[in-house]
Design a protein. Structure first.
Length: 519
């Protein structure tokens, strides 16, 4: 018999739990296809009860919790362990128990290297040697993949070449460096295991803690400092819909949504309700530091709990209360208690002041010296077919400020509440940015009329300079650069060579991913 051990005690909603188990359940199913028996071992009695209900129609399957297993039972000849989100202590304890019972590691049990571990009962010297050699082969393979995808990866070689070129080439301006990693992508963020993040069990009735945001760094001051160093302005995601009212007493300390899993929600209201009914919402960076989930949590009335907050670069997420978020992390880890009501209101006030689409649009125009503009032309040819968060959020903010005074060359119909476009087919199922505005805010360019003369506009905004590069450059010959705004909303910072035109052509450039310095 083979035992399948699922040590993960990740804490999340039902959809997240099922997402984490997919490879594990598939391995059990493949094993059963050979008419063999399986023992499924769960981390706790509660998990075992859940698993038993899923496998109740399989007569060949027995389910128990790990405390109930006698690994010396000779019926168990192989043990496969799912490593996903298993705590190090749980793995060490299991490893010790299995070795004491005569098992030896023998490579991986299923899937890719690093995702599972196989133990085989060594009944003799020959089998023990075979298992040892198999394990050594797997470890060598894992080490080689790590080297190949790490130090030998083309991105790393390119990063070192760029770093060297910036240091020695007189033609490259250091102000054009907005990426300390010089093009090397950020590593994938680790998935959050709440049981390790908050060592003691968190409880809603523990005495609440307080965080003061009065001394938070000014977004305007940080933005001005960034402009003085790099010649471009930082910009963050924002939220376009009315924020949820704060509930007096949420039912959860931490919202049971785990970042990193495709969520199972098909209704935006249900999704936001989970955050609304919690004091804290888990979040972390994705491909870039700024993430729409951050503002969703704030808009729902929860406080962001971000384990990697202290690694945010200085000029990324300048519109967030980063110092306060760092203190939230420490208070939660220390106490396992929720924040108090004044803390929640402070985060809500900060969000309202800095992170709504209207507030961000005002910041963009004021930083550009164009806050008196009453007619703006918005250009993004890619946006109607492929939603880009920063571009569409900027458009919505400008519409909230100017209404039909913001004309759109390429109409983006899904932002209006009377659209016929199936918004669930859009990125992120359209949550947050679709059906936001009243249809009366459409401009003449969005209702099929001819685009007016460029000279009639006070400002021109390119929603995504990287996705509309040719048109953006062409418009420089027809409209003053001093009244032109370019938005760069990609997850990764522009390269040194990409920065040169963004900084030097005379337009007002706003970049979301600026990865220089640390908070």
């Amino acid at each position: 018999m083979q035992a399948f051990v699922h040590l993960s005690d990740i804490w999340g909603d039902q959809g997240d739990a099922l997402g984490l188990r997919s490879s594990f359940d598939e391995a059990v199913t493949v094993w059963l296809s050979g008419s063999r028996e399986a023992l499924i071992v769960e981390a706790s009695v509660g998990r075992a009860t859940e698993a038993a209900s899923r496998w109740q129609h399989e007569a060949q399957v027995r389910v128990c919790d790990i405390a109930s297993v006698d690994w010396r039972d000779p019926v168990i000849s192989r043990v496969g362990v799912d490593l996903q989100m298993a705590s190090q202590k749980a793995l060490e304890d299991l490893d010790g128990s299995l070795r004491a019972a005569g098992f030896r590691r023998s490579g991986r049990a299923w899937g890719e290297a690093g995702g599972s571990r196989l133990y085989v009962r060594a009944s003799g010297v020959r089998e023990a040697v075979k298992g040892t050699l198999t394990e050594a082969k797997v470890r060598l393979g894992t080490a080689w993949v790590s080297i190949r995808d790490g130090w030998l990866h083309p991105d790393r070689r390119h990063s070192w070449k760029t770093r060297l070129a910036v240091g020695v080439s007189p033609s490259l301006d250091r102000r054009d460096v907005v990426d300390d990693r010089h093009g090397l992508p950020l590593p994938p963020p680790p998935m959050i295991n709440v049981t390790e993040l908050v060592p003691g069990h968190f409880e809603i009735d523990r005495p609440p803690w307080h965080v003061n945001l009065d001394n938070e760094s000014s977004a305007t001051e940080l933005a001005t400092e960034c402009f003085s160093q790099h010649g471009v302005w930082p910009i963050s995601f924002s939220y376009p819909k009315r924020a949820w009212d704060l509930t007096d007493r949420p039912q959860e300390v931490i919202a049971p949504i785990i970042p990193g899993f495709p969520y199972s929600f098909i209704d935006e209201h249900d999704y936001m309700s989970v955050y609304h009914d919690a004091y804290l919402g888990l979040t972390h960076r994705k491909a870039g530091w700024d993430c729409f989930r951050h503002v969703e949590i704030l808009a729902a009335g929860a406080v962001p709990l971000m384990p990697d907050v202290e690694n945010i670069p200085e000029f990324s997420m300048v519109h967030y209360p980063k110092a306060g978020m760092a203190e939230v992390l420490h208070r939660t880890m220390e106490s396992g208690a929720p924040p108090d009501s004044p803390t929640r209101r402070s985060f809500r006030d900060f969000f309202t002041k800095n992170l709504t689409t209207e507030a961000m649009a005002k910041y963009v125009l004021a930083s550009s010296g164009l806050d008196s503009a009453s007619r703006i032309l918005f250009v993004d040819a890619a946006l109607p077919e492929a939603a880009d968060y920063l571009s569409v959020l900027t458009l919505i903010g400008l519409k909230e400020l100017l209404g039909s005074g913001c004309a759109v060359v390429y109409p983006v119909d899904y932002i209006y509440n009377d659209t016929s476009i199936p918004t669930h087919d859009l990125y992120g199922r359209g949550f947050g940015y679709t059906r936001v505005l009243d249809g009366d805010l459409r401009s003449e360019t969005e209702t099929g009329q001819q685009v007016p003369d460029l000279k009639s506009f006070d400002a021109l905004v390119i929603g995504s300079a990287s996705r509309n590069q040719a048109e953006a450059v062409a418009l420089l010959h027809r409209f003053p650069a001093s009244r032109t705004i370019w938005i760069h909303g990609e997850d990764t910072p522009p390269s040194v060579r990409e920065m040169r035109p963004l900084r030097s052509v005379g337009v007002h450039t706003f970049i979301r991913a600026i990865h220089t310095g640390r908070r």
